[in-house]
Design a protein around this ligand. Structure first.
Ligand code: GLY
Length: 441
């Protein structure tokens, strides 16, 4: 479908379209919530969704891997646009399936999503396109990987090459830890087939930065940057998680740095994918380490970040449906997005035990007190509604985002809101935003 950006819609044309969001985390709640504000969107369907998405749309309990049933649902409900949150359905080809059925869908093809689903492939593509990245090699055999690791004196990062739900990356400052990680991946096969091959990389130090860009066949549009906090504990210690909090904008991401990232990272990777016969269309996420020698790409993801989305979207003043449609329709070149200069700080509240074993089913209190506040968004992730009670249903339970004129006020607002929400053994980091406060613009 074609629409004209900035054109007035006649009364009967407003809020008429049905949109489907695939996934059930905080990122998907954020996508659904901000799509729900669009002047085009009438109804939101979420698969499977969570207790948060159920408040703004209708949840459907289908497996996100069952593309035939998802496409049938889209046809039955006259869905105009489907937006895919998680990487697994993208890497398995949901976009190819939907497009073959004539359905509009936001995301890359299976061939292009390989940039996330196959880290050995991504590494080789980055090398061939001269993209700055940590030195590294891929291995299909345990013994070869072990010999290589044993020959190194410095720390390494070991990554399962396939998808491992964010758990297949091990940062090892000691070679002995690296061998333990390698055994988990290739011998114990904790991540199944995802561990058929591994990437072993030099360990680079610096601050991490997430830069996401919208990409269609002709245009790259870099979105507002964010800084994630992957480690579990304050001061960036402890095991890696899916992300414990984020903020946007990131003062460290100067316009000059973003220009460099566009020129040295996005342009060459998008060109390389096109040369591979896998042109990219969707949102492309570059996970970077800002080293003294310049930005280096740690990973590419084929989707929106979580929790980055929960701090980037609340800053978007433009219509999210129009933004996503511009990519799907190949009209990114016409897009002119408006962002608030305010800062968003998002704090993830997790279940006790996460990222290891945790319990579910704990009653969450205090959510209704925060409804309707302009400077707080509570994005639900691992939550479920049982009768009229919202209970925990996952490791990362909520992302509480505060908005403020600067990082300090956004941080204060986020933690005030966090402190009004209660569930048994809730955990959050207490330092989200501190890095940005330590380095003012
Ligand atoms: N925040 C990390 C990710 O989305 O992969």
């Amino acid at each position: 479908m074609v629409f004209l950006i900035s054109n007035e819609l006649a009364e009967g044309e407003q809020n008429t379209l049905n949109v489907m969001v695939i996934g059930g985390g905080g990122r998907e709640h954020a996508l659904a919530l901000h799509l729900n504000k669009s002047r085009h969107v009438g109804r939101i369907l979420c698969v499977p969704g969570n207790a948060g998405t159920a408040q703004i749309g209708e949840n459907f309990d289908l497996p996100v891997s069952d593309f035939a049933s998802l496409a049938r649902l889209a046809h039955e409900h006259d869905v105009d646009l489907t937006v895919v949150g998680p990487e697994a359905p993208l890497c398995d080809g949901i976009v190819d399936h939907f497009e073959a059925e004539g359905l509009r869908i936001f995301g890359p093809s299976k061939a292009a999503a390989r940039i996330e689903g196959d880290k050995a492939y991504a590494k080789q593509l980055m090398k061939s396109a001269h993209i700055p990245a940590p030195e590294g090699r891929s291995f299909d055999h345990f013994e070869e990987a072990r010999t290589f690791i044993a020959s190194r004196e410095a720390g390494v990062v070991i990554k399962a090459s396939g998808l491992a739900a964010g758990k297949g990356v091990f940062v090892c400052s000691d070679p002995a830890d690296a061998l333990v990680a390698l055994e988990k991946i290739m011998v114990a096969r904790e991540f199944g087939e995802a561990g058929d091959s591994v990437v072993v990389e030099e360990l680079v130090k610096g601050q991490e930065l997430s830069v996401l860009a919208l990409v269609d066949d002709r245009t790259i549009y870099v979105l507002e940057p964010a800084q994630d906090h992957k480690q579990f504990g304050d001061g960036d210690v402890g095991p890696n998680t899916g992300g414990m909090g984020a903020y946007s904008p990131a003062p460290i991401a100067t316009p000059e740095l973003l220009d460099t990232i566009q020129r040295e990272v996005f342009v060459p990777i998008v060109d390389a994918l096109r040369r591979e016969g896998a042109p990219y269309r969707g949102v492309l996420y570059a996970g970077l380490m800002l080293t003294p020698g310049g930005p280096k790409v740690l990973e590419f993801n084929c989707r929106f970040g979580d929790p980055e989305t929960q701090v980037v979207l609340p800053r978007l003043e433009s219509d999210l449906y129009e933004m996503l449609s511009a990519v799907v329709d190949g009209k990114l070149i016409d897009l002119d997005l408006r962002w608030t200069p305010k800062t968003a700080v998002g704090v993830v509240m997790a279940a006790g035990g996460y990222p290891g074993v945790y319990e579910k089913g704990k009653t969450i209190e205090g959510l209704s007190d925060l409804q309707g506040q302009e400077d707080v968004f509570v994005y639900q992730a691992g939550t479920k509604q049982i009768e009229h009670v919202t209970v925990t249903n996952g490791g990362r339970v909520l992302c509480v985002t505060g908005i403020g004129d600067d990082v300090a006020s956004a941080q204060r607002r986020a933690y005030e809101a966090v402190d009004t929400i209660k569930f048994d053994s809730a955990y959050c980091r207490r330092d989200i935003g501190n890095k940005a406060i330590a380095r003012p613009v």
